[in-house]
Ligand binder design. Structure first.
Ligand code: HEC
Length: 133
């Protein structure tokens, strides 16, 4: 048994370390609520299609996308969350992104997610608009 365990461990460490794709992280940590399609579940879970791209025309909404609890608290590191949010934007919001959109960088995601929004809906309605409009 000990020999088998040692063999398995040796095999495990011999495998190349391969980072999971943003899509895989999305499926694991976001799709439970936002669905595989990203369309959310009306009225409680918002869609991740189109509107996020429009929101980015308002500077205060840039940090919001990674400060909302579902994103900020996902058990993935800053680089991985950065890749997920950029993937969501390019996948489902490419038509609505501002022309000068720059992909998120890990250091700004790190800073933003350290200030989780206690009341995301209030922040959203202050800088953007209420969810059901
Ligand atoms: C447990 C359910 C849940 C999970 C898991 C979750 N979310 Fe959310 N998400 C929500 C809810 C509910 C809202 C509405 C705001 C709120 O109440 O937090 C939301 C809002 C958002 C918004 C803002 C959308 C808008 O229109 O204001 C974004 C962006 C977002 N989530 C991205 C993500 C990403 C990326 C992940 C995965 C890393 C994720 N969420 C995981 C439930 C979830």
């Amino acid at each position: 048994m000990a020999r088998l365990t040692a063999l398995l461990l040796a095999l495990l460490f011999a495998l190349p370390v391969q980072a999971a794709s943003p899509r895989t992280h999305y499926l694991l940590y976001c799709s439970g609520c936002h669905l595989v399609s990203g369309e959310g579940k009306h009225p409680n879970v918002p869609t991740l299609h189109s509107e996020l791209g429009r929101m980015l025309s308002v500077p205060e909404m840039r940090s919001y996308l990674v400060q909302i609890p579902g994103a900020a608290q996902a058990p993935i590191n800053d680089e991985e969350l950065t890749a997920v949010i950029n993937w969501v934007l390019l996948q489902w919001n490419s038509d609505t992104l501002p022309a000068d959109f720059r992909p998120y960088k890990a250091d700004e995601v790190s800073e933003a997610r350290s200030h989780i929004l206690a009341d995301p809906l209030r922040y959203r309605s202050t800088y953007w608009k209420a969810l059901d409009q």
